[in-house]
Design a protein around this ligand. Structure first.
Ligand SMILES: Nc1ncnc2c1ncn2[C@@H]1O[C@H](COP(=O)(O)OP(=O)(O)OP(=O)(O)O)[C@@H](O)[C@H]1O
Ligand SMILES: [Mg+2]
Length: 393
């Protein structure tokens, strides 16, 4: 992992005027190929391999569309089923993320992280090849508006929460340097055939060396899952992922997305709603009615409280991921006295005031994306322990 930091920079080259575009393209491919040269465990596919695998990228094989490109189902020559993510051509942002994804994920393996088999860099094409996960992403299935053939029993939901927590704990606490994912959300949780969850999309991930208290970075992530201190000040710690995980747990137990503008005002934001019901002692109202038959309501409410604990407005009040795993498994108690107001979107104005009173931090405005796609900016700086007191890691 040690040399990942320097891999994501791009050299510049000068070319004669004629064919500048083509030359630039070639140059950037050379840069990309150079960046990828020393990556082991990663197969370089030809574009032809992937055309054959997807039946020439036939529309029927398209299984998804993200902010950076389309995803196709394919079968490799050896019979392996794969998901092939084709980045939109000429997306500079996408290119940076493409490299980040490959460099970060090539060195790590865990049951709860998606497997990247390889990539393709050829002409304009930048493509990632992942293991295909039969049961798709949580946003399409559990939280989707259309018909879903999967019966998300309580057993399955519990398994998903614990699996995602294990994947995150691995990134946060076992891998060196630690990794902050920055885009934990329902569409990035994929399910294999036995509903083992796999965290995907490492394009926004950041390495987080142990001696730092936080990284100051422009905001990247997805609205609704962003921790307030990160959304306002751009200060990133592992606690930002833990906040997103908390939102995800609420979504899984409630069976609805964190934002639903079709609902009456006051019910649109799931976290706000769960907090209100908690204060009224009516948390069980938030458990998805479709699991009511097989659910242990006491356990489901405990999961909701863990979601609330992970989304506390003060980062230092959020537990570490290893503590979360123990709470989910009922190995340690969740002290309800520790529960106070979660960091709500509607409270961002309050944080802005705090920000104005805080010196020595670089800040950035709240992203304005209206949809739920990931967004980001790649400028990042690294802060040392004396830089600020804001973060509870
Ligand atoms: N390995 C995979 N196996 C099965 N389906 C996948 C796989 N990877 C992605 N998909 C499907 O493709 C969809 C699009 O994925 P993608 O990561 O490109 O975008 P997204 O996560 O929905 O949005 P964003 O652009 O914010 O990341 C996913 O929601 C999922 O349904
Ligand atoms: Mg995704």
């Amino acid at each position: 992992m040690s040399n990942i930091f320097c891999r994501c920079c791009f050299g510049k080259a000068t070319y004669p005027k004629a064919g500048v575009d083509r030359a630039n393209n070639r140059a950037s491919n050379m840069d990309v190929s150079a960046e990828l040269l020393d990556i082991e465990n990663m197969r370089a596919f030809t574009y032809k391999d992937l055309r054959v695998a997807t039946g020439d990228f036939r529309p029927e094989n398209k299984i998804g569309q993200g902010g950076f490109g389309s995803v196709y189902k394919g079968t490799l020559q050896d019979g392996l089923l794969v998901a092939i993510k084709v980045l939109s051509a000429d997306s500079r942002q996408g290119l940076k993320e493409f490299l980040t994804e490959i460099t970060i994920i090539s060195d790590i393996q865990h049951e709860n992280l998606v497997k990247l088999h390889g990539y393709c860099v050829e002409g304009n094409h930048r493509i990632l090849v992942y293991g295909y996960l039969k049961n798709g992403s949580l946003d399409h299935t559990l939280l989707g508006s259309g018909h879903c053939s999967i019966n998300f029993t309580w057993e399955i939901r519990r398994k998903i929460c614990i699996g995602v927590a294990k994947g995150l704990a691995y990134l946060h606490e076992e891998v060196q340097p630690h990794i902050i994912h920055r885009d934990i959300k329902a569409s990035n949780i994929l399910l294999d055939e036995d509903f083992t969850p796999k965290i995907s999309d490492f394009g926004l991930a950041k390495l987080f060396p142990a001696h730092l208290t936080h990284i100051s970075t422009r905001i990247a992530g997805t609205q609704g899952y962003l921790a307030p201190e990160y959304a306002i000040r751009g200060q990133l710690t592992r606690k930002a992922d833990i906040y997103s995980f908390g939102v995800l747990v609420l979504e899984i137990v409630a069976g609805r997305p964190n934002q639903n503008r079709l609902l009456p005002v006051g019910e649109q934001y799931l976290l706000e709603r769960v907090w209100l019901e908690y204060k009224e002692g009516e948390l069980e109202r938030m458990v998805d009615a479709s699991v009511i038959e097989d659910v242990d309501v006491y356990e489901a409410c405990r999961y909701l409280k863990i979601g609330l604990l992970c989304t506390q407005s003060l980062p230092k009040s959020r537990p570490s991921m290893s503590a979360v795993i123990k709470m989910l498994n009922d190995e340690i108690d969740l002290n309800e006295k520790d529960l106070s107001d979660p960091g709500l979107l509607s409270e961002l104005a309050k944080y802005k005031t705090v920000k104005n009173n805080t010196s020595g931090t670089s800040s950035s405005g709240l992203g304005t994306h209206e949809d739920s796609r990931s967004y980001g900016n790649t400028e990042t700086s690294y802060a040392n322990a004396s830089f600020t007191t804001v973060n509870g890691r």
